[in-house]
Ligand binder design. Structure first.
Ligand code: GLY
Ligand code: MN
Ligand code: MN
Length: 491
C-alpha cells in the first residue's frame, strides 16, 4: 500500500511538473505583468470621484454564423485593468475600502467565468477564480455566479460609473452567470431603468454616470507606461518588417489577398496573435476606399500603386502602418508627384511633434500643405476649394485599440500616435484624367518624447527613392511555388 502511494505520488509529481512546464512554455515571457494591471487599477482608483465605484464588463462573444463565434477579443479597458482575456466577467473598482460580511476590507472585486471541464474541452482553457488569483494576482476574485448573491448597496455611492449598455449581448438561458445575466443583475442592483420609455435617456437613478469613465480611461490609456511601450515597439517593428518583405516580393499578377497573406505571415512568424484591425490592401482605385478590407482583386496590374494599411497586434497592442508602393517598383511622374506631396505633409507634421503642440496644429499644418500642393498640381483651384481628396484626420492614438483611447488636445510625453496624411483621387474625379486612380496614404507611428518625437516605424522605407531601392531587392518568396488550383489560372 505504502509503495503504491509512493509510486502514485511520484507519478503525480512528474505529470504535474510536465503540466506546469507546458503551461510555462505556453505563456510568452513578455506579456504585461500582474503588477502592471494592479498599477492601472490603482491609477483608476486615484482618478475616481469621491465615494464612487467604477464597473467594467467583459466584451460580449459575437456570433459569426450558426455555431461558430468570432475569435473572442476582450474589452480593452478590462484587459488593461486585469489581463483577463476571457468573456463573461465584471470588475468593480472602488474609490474607498469596502467591508464584506466577515468584516474584511476590499477595494476591488472581480467576477469571472467558472471553470468547467466539459466546456474547456471544446472551447479552451479557463482560468476560473483560483487561476485569476494565481496568475493575475487579483485576490478578491469569485466565480460569476456569486455576483447574483453579492450584497452591495449601489445607492450609497455618490457615483456609479460604467459604460452605457448597447443591448447587443446574447442571452444563454442555460447560464445564469453569462454576460447577459451579469448585466441584468447589475441593472437590478443599481436601479438602472431599461424600459422602452427610458431608451436613449439618462438612466433614472441620479448617481448612475455613463459619461465620466471614458474621460478617466482616456487620460490613463493615452499615456503609455514603459511596459506598454515595449509591446507597442514590437508591434510596430513587426508591421514594418511585413511592409519590407512585401516590397521585396511585389510583382504584377499577385492578388491583393496574397499580399495581405505575406504581411500576416510575417506577423505570425514573430508571434503576433492577431491583426489589430482588418488589413487594408487596395490596388489602384481600390486604394481610394479608406477602409477597403475586401482585398479580393485577383491580379494587380503593373501600372497601379497599392496602398497597404496593416497592423500587427502583439500581446494586446496594435501598430498602424501604411505604405503605398508602385506594383512595378517604379513611381510614374504622377504617382511620384502625389506621393511626394503626401510625404512632405507627413514629414513636416512629424518634425513639429512635441509636447505642448496640439493635435489641431499638426492636422492643420498637414492639411494646408496638401491643399497648396493640390493647387500647384492643378488638381484644385484654390487652397480653400472644397474637395474630398483628403477626407480624414491626421492622427490618432494607438495602443490596445487601433483608434485608442486618449485625449486630443495637447501632445504629451509618452503618447503614441499615428501621422497619416493621404490623397485619394478616384476614377471620374473632377481633375485631369492622368491623376485618376491614384491613392496614397503614408502612415507612421511616433512616440512623443520629452522634447520631441521618436519615429517607431522607421524600419519600413518611406521616401520614393528608398522604396524603389527596397523593391529592387530579391525576395525569398520568389522560390515559393505551389501546385496550380484546378480551374484557376496559375501565376
Ligand atoms: N488603419 C486605420 C487607420 O489608419 O486609422
Ligand atoms: Mn491610422
Ligand atoms: Mn491605418
Amino acid at each position: 500500500m505504502k509503495e503504491l502511494n509512493k509510486r502514485f505520488t511520484i507519478l503525480m509529481v512528474i505529470l504535474l511538473s510536465g503540466f506546469f512546464m507546458a503551461n510555462g512554455q505556453e505563456t510568452p515571457a513578455d506579456i504585461l505583468s500582474s503588477d502592471f494591471h494592479k498599477g492601472r487599477r490603482d491609477a483608476v482608483r486615484k482618478k475616481l470621484p469621491n465615494n464612487s465605484v467604477a464597473v467594467f464588463f467583459a466584451n460580449p462573444v459575437r456570433n459569426r454564423a450558426n455555431d461558430v463565434d468570432y475569435i473572442y477579443h476582450q474589452d480593452p479597458d478590462l484587459f488593461y485593468l486585469t489581463g483577463y482575456r476571457e468573456p463573461h466577467a465584471v470588475l468593480l473598482v472602488f474609490k474607498d475600502d469596502q467591508t464584506n460580511e466577515n468584516g474584511d476590507q476590499y477595494n476591488e472585486i472581480f467576477f469571472v467565468q467558472e471553470k468547467n471541464a466539459r466546456a474547456e474541452m471544446w472551447t479552451g482553457r479557463r482560468l476560473g477564480d483560483e487561476g485569476v488569483k494565481n496568475k493575475l494576482a487579483i485576490q478578491n476574485t469569485f466565480n460569476g455566479r456569486e455576483f447574483a448573491k453579492y450584497q452591495i448597496d449601489f445607492e450609497k455611492f455618490d457615483k456609479v460609473l460604467f459604460y452605457d449598455f448597447k443591448n447587443d449581448v446574447r442571452d444563454n438561458p442555460l447560464d445564469s452567470s453569462d454576460l447577459f445575466s451579469l448585466i441584468s443583475q447589475f441593472k437590478t442592483k443599481a436601479g438602472y431603468q431599461t424600459d422602452a420609455s427610458s431608451l436613449g435617456a439618462e438612466p433614472q437613478k441620479n448617481n448612475l454616470d455613463v459619461r465620466g469613465l471614458n474621460q478617466i480611461m482616456s487620460e490613463l490609456r493615452g499615456i503609455k507606461t514603459p511596459e506598454e511601450l515595449d509591446l507597442i515597439r514590437k508591434a510596430v517593428f513587426i508591421s514594418t518588417v511585413g511592409q519590407v518583405e512585401v516590397m521585396k516580393a511585389m510583382k504584377p499578377g499577385l492578388s491583393e489577398t496574397e499580399i495581405q497573406g505575406i504581411h500576416e505571415f510575417v506577423f505570425k512568424k514573430y508571434g503576433s496573435e492577431y491583426e489589430g484591425y482588418p488589413s487594408i490592401v487596395g490596388a489602384g482605385n481600390n486604394g481610394c476606399i479608406l477602409h477597403y478590407i475586401e482585398n479580393h482583386k485577383p491580379e494587380i496590374e503593373s501600372d497601379e500603386m497599392i496602398l497597404m494599411d496593416l497592423g500587427a497586434e502583439y500581446h494586446g497592442y496594435t501598430a498602424d502602418v501604411t505604405r503605398t508602393i508602385p506594383i512595378d517598383g517604379k513611381f510614374s511622374p504622377e504617382e511620384k508627384a502625389i506621393y511626394d506631396l503626401v510625404y512632405k505633409a507627413q514629414e513636416e507634421a512629424i518634425q513639429m511633434a512635441k509636447p505642448g503642440v496640439t493635435f489641431g496644429q499638426l492636422g492643420k499644418l498637414a492639411k494646408d500643405i496638401i491643399n497648396q500642393g493640390l493647387v500647384d498640381l492643378g488638381i484644385i483651384e484654390r487652397p480653400d476649394s472644397r474637395h474630398l481628396y483628403y477626407p480624414h484626420g491626421l492622427s490618432h492614438h494607438i495602443g490596445l485599440d487601433v483608434h485608442d483611447k486618449g485625449t486630443y488636445s495637447d501632445l504629451q510625453e509618452n503618447m503614441v500616435i499615428t501621422v497619416e496624411p493621404g490623397i485619394y483621387i478616384p476614377e471620374g474625379s473632377n481633375c485631369d484624367k492622368k491623376w485618376w486612380g491614384i491613392a496614397v496614404r503614408i502612415e507612421d507611428d511616433i512616440l512623443i518624447t520629452k522634447d520631441g518625437f521618436e519615429l517607431l516605424s522607421s524600419f519600413a522605407p518611406r521616401t520614393t527613392e528608398e522604396i524603389e531601392a527596397m523593391m529592387a531587392q530579391p525576395s525569398p518568396l520568389e522560390q515559393f511555388q505551389l501546385p496550380a488550383l484546378e480551374g484557376k489560372k496559375r501565376k
